[in-house]
Design a protein around this ligand. Sequence first.
Ligand code: F6R
Length: 335
Amino acid sequence: MREVYLGWHELAMEALRQEVANPREYKDVDRIVVLGMGGSGIAGDLVALTGLETGSAFVTVVKDFYVPKPVVNDRTLVLAISYSGNTRETLLSLELCSKRTSKIVAVSSGGLLEEYAMKRGIPFVKVRRGLAPRTALPALYAAAMKGLLTVGVSMCESSTLERWFDVLKEVRKAEFDAASLASFLRRARMPLIVASARYAVLATRIKNELNENAKMPAKVEIAPELFHNDIVGWERKLYSDRAIVVESDIPYEVEYLKLYTEILTDVGFEVEMLRLIGDGVVPRVLYGSLVAGLASVKVAEIAGIDPLATKSIAAYKSFINNMEGEIRRTLGLSD
Ligand code: F6R
């Protein structure tokens, strides 16, 4: 897995160069909804972050079987992302959305989503096959942005994306940062991952990487919301562990993260700051994701476990496949 993370820059560029199948332009798009779960859902979160950071779009990311009616109408562009192309939540929510809009873009490495797109002439971007979905993050994100550009939704130029991806060339620094993060995390029981709201995607990504690669539970807290609930939970000092605080680039966020660090330290936590590089929030989140991927693989190696296998996810997927008939009936979809 380590090699895949180290090859992220090329993976992203390859997806950006990929030809879009069934290209066409969508007019009168007034809303964007992304469908995707797990590693593919994080790619959707990155698309949403891009819309916010470039001030170009407010994107809603749906991680469910069900898409509430007011979320999609005939001016909504729906972007479905599933690395395998076979994730039930994504496929069923797409089917539901396709009854309300014809403006659809799909991204996968194959599977049913590719078949669905090719059969209906939906703009489709294919990413490199054979990877664990979570390790394909930059490819899924780049492919999603390429798909959006092709149908006429421009959150940023291709050249901006290329510049942002440059941060993924910093593999030596990332490996160094990952080694120090891994040695900090190896003794954690349920590390706490903390970030300001603008970096919430990265906090979730770090948690997911620790879950899936290191087989470790983790908890995410986002500031300033955490000051309105979480901090009270520490008053009795019932639990302490290790915490990672994602560095911010905004002075007042730096200050309130310092305050939270003091609260945690007082409870007995050991706290380490995850320092980021990159010019802008998106490249900084990409760099942090690279470090988290490498660190979580390292923690797995130290613990003598296989970072790749995710047998609980496979068990859930077969459970949910058996329930498909019932879910379809509940959603009002024909069998
Ligand atoms: C596995 C992983 C998972 C998957 C999720 C959805 O590496 O990261 O979180 O991403 O189970 O599957 P896909 O991405 O195939 O739609």
